[in-house]
Design a protein around this ligand. Structure first.
Ligand SMILES: [Zn+2]
Length: 360
């Protein structure tokens, strides 16, 4: 991916080709997860490879590497061992690590999955690292699902709000945000290897967007500067908002976490008409400042969009000098309990951000 430095200069035709190219993933689409997402010492850990589309798995192997980390953050690397192998497995694959791991462990698991694509066998690899609770490095967020170099992928830190009382419930919502938001929406699922997730040891406090108050950041906020996104998960019902990479969501709202991540991680603009700010990114915007500009962009998404899809940002008495191409239930128009999908212009913006991160 490092040779994509010239990406912003590519023509939109090449970009469209790239979007089509990246849509092909050998079947079946599989999701690798562990449960609990941030286990304590000695707690059983279940590894799953969930099949979310049909397709043949010829064979699969699951490996683990148990390293240790001390309070200075120094890692002593372990050696990789095989946990289990499967031949022609049906359904989902799962393995229980009975008795879990010792305190101060940093566990890396690796799935090696051989799938059949027409006459060729292809290998899919997932490599995930997570910490055993409590993570011993003071003031640092615990890695709970880390796949890539933080410089190259999206880093998202889940921060418990001061109103969270059930921390097991909070941690489960963190896992559900990974599985049922980022790994469920089709376009972020396609890019699922480009996300690292962490849980913060310190709390913050979310404020209502209409209160005029700013979110209160956790005391270790300076340690979170590496992360593109900081997600304040709370219980109280408020109007959530994102600012400078920090955003709030009710902990159970998969639609809100994806809408606000649209702002924080992907620099997408709101598509509803209301008391918010609008902008057009220079590359792959989801809003345009004139109808003519939106019409000119309609060709950029293959068969997904035509000029007839151009809509003004408008609702009742609310009218803005901004135009869009996305459908009315696009994730950047709506939020709430259940997620919808990012429509084509938003998908192009997400893909652009993936390449910006990997090539910078
Ligand atoms: Zn918004």
């Amino acid at each position: 991916m490092k040779n994509l430095k010239t990406f912003p200069g590519w023509s939109m035709a090449a970009f469209g080709f790239l979007l089509l190219l990246t849509s092909c993933e050998p079947a079946p689409v599989t999701l690798a997860l562990h449960n609990p997402i941030y286990p304590t010492a000695s707690q059983n850990v279940t590894y799953t490879l969930e099949r979310v589309t049909t397709g043949t798995i010829n064979s699969a192997r699951l490996f683990e590497t148990v390293s240790t980390v001390n309070s200075a953050g120094t890692i002593t690397a372990g050696t990789e061992t095989e946990l289990q192998s499967w031949s022609s497995p049906a359904g989902d694959l799962s393995f229980v690590k009975s008795g879990g791991y010792a305190a101060n462990s940093l566990v890396t698991y690796r799935w090696e999955v051989k799938v059949q694509e027409e006459d060729k066998e292809k290998t899919k690899t997932y490599r995930v690292t997570y910490a055993i609770r409590p993570y011993p490095v003071p003031n640092q967020p615990a890695p709970v699902y880390v796949q890539g170099d933080p410089d190259d992928v999206f880093d998202l830190v889940f921060i418990p709000d001061t109103d969270i009382t059930d921390m097991d419930g909070f941690r489960n919502h963190c896992r559900e945000n990974i599985r049922n938001a980022f790994f469920d929406e089709p376009h972020t699922r396609l890019w699922r290897r480009q996300f690292n997730f962490y849980i913060n040891p310190m709390t913050g406090t979310a404020k209502d967007a209409d209160s005029g108050e700013s979110h209160i950041v956790p005391s270790n906020n300076a340690q979170l500067a590496f992360a593109e996104g900081r997600c304040l998960m709370h219980r109280v019902s408020i109007r959530d908002y994102a600012s400078g990479g920090l955003f709030s969501t009710e902990q159970e709202n998969r639609g809100t976490v994806l809408h606000e991540s649209g702002h924080a991680l992907f620099k997408l603009a709101d598509e509803y008409c209301g008391n918010t700010s609008y902008h057009a990114q220079p590359n792959s915007p989801n809003l345009w400042s004139s109808q003519a500009a939106a019409e000119a962009a309609a060709d950029d998404y293959g068969s997904c969009k035509t000029i007839s899809d151009v809509r003004r940002i408008q609702s009742g008495d609310c009218v803005k000098n901004w135009w869009k191409l996305c459908v009315e239930n696009c994730q950047m128009k709506v939020s709430g309990l259940n997620h919808t999908q990012y429509d084509c212009p938003c998908r192009a913006r997400i893909t652009t951000r993936v390449f910006e991160l990997t090539s910078d």
